[in-house]
Design a protein around this ligand. Structure first.
Ligand SMILES: [Zn+2]
Length: 138
């Protein structure tokens, strides 16, 4: 990857696997301007996983999940940071539930609601107002 400050090719100076989020964290340095940058490599779930909803399918969207959590957490300080962390947590909980590269929307709602229930009662209530729990394949 090229440096975002000067455009020179960067070098990897440190690399770690992030088990919780199934991603790879890398520290990069620019030999030209000495900038230090961080990258995170992760699967593009929109290309790998489909979400089933009312017998139709759409690509998994991390952004949609994030937005639903952001709105549920708007009453908290720094809801964008809170929602980002919750999104990672919920995606890691959803991973074992994916089968044949597909997950039902009801499972995403169930896991999200359950996670919010243990995180913040008001966020849980806000989430359920817009995402009523549904039965599978309904
Ligand atoms: Zn540079």
């Amino acid at each position: 990857m090229v440096c975002i400050y000067c455009g020179s090719e960067t070098e990897i100076s440190n690399s770690r696997n992030q088990k919780k989020t199934n991603s790879k964290w890398r520290r990069r340095t620019c030999p030209h301007c000495q900038a230090t940058l961080t990258t995170i490599e992760t699967f593009d779930l929109s290309k790998a996983v489909s979400v089933r909803s009312n017998k139709s399918y759409q690509p998994f969207s991390r952004d949609k999940l994030f937005i639903s959590l952001f709105y549920s957490c708007k009453h908290l300080k720094k809801p964008e940071l809170v929602a980002g962390g919750l999104t990672d947590t919920i995606i890691s909980k959803l991973m074992p539930r994916i089968s044949d590269a597909t997950i039902d929307i009801s499972e995403i709602i169930e896991v999200s609601a359950d996670t919010l229930k243990h995180f913040n009662k008001a966020a849980h209530v806000y989430y359920l107002a817009y995402h009523p729990l549904q039965t599978k394949n309904s």
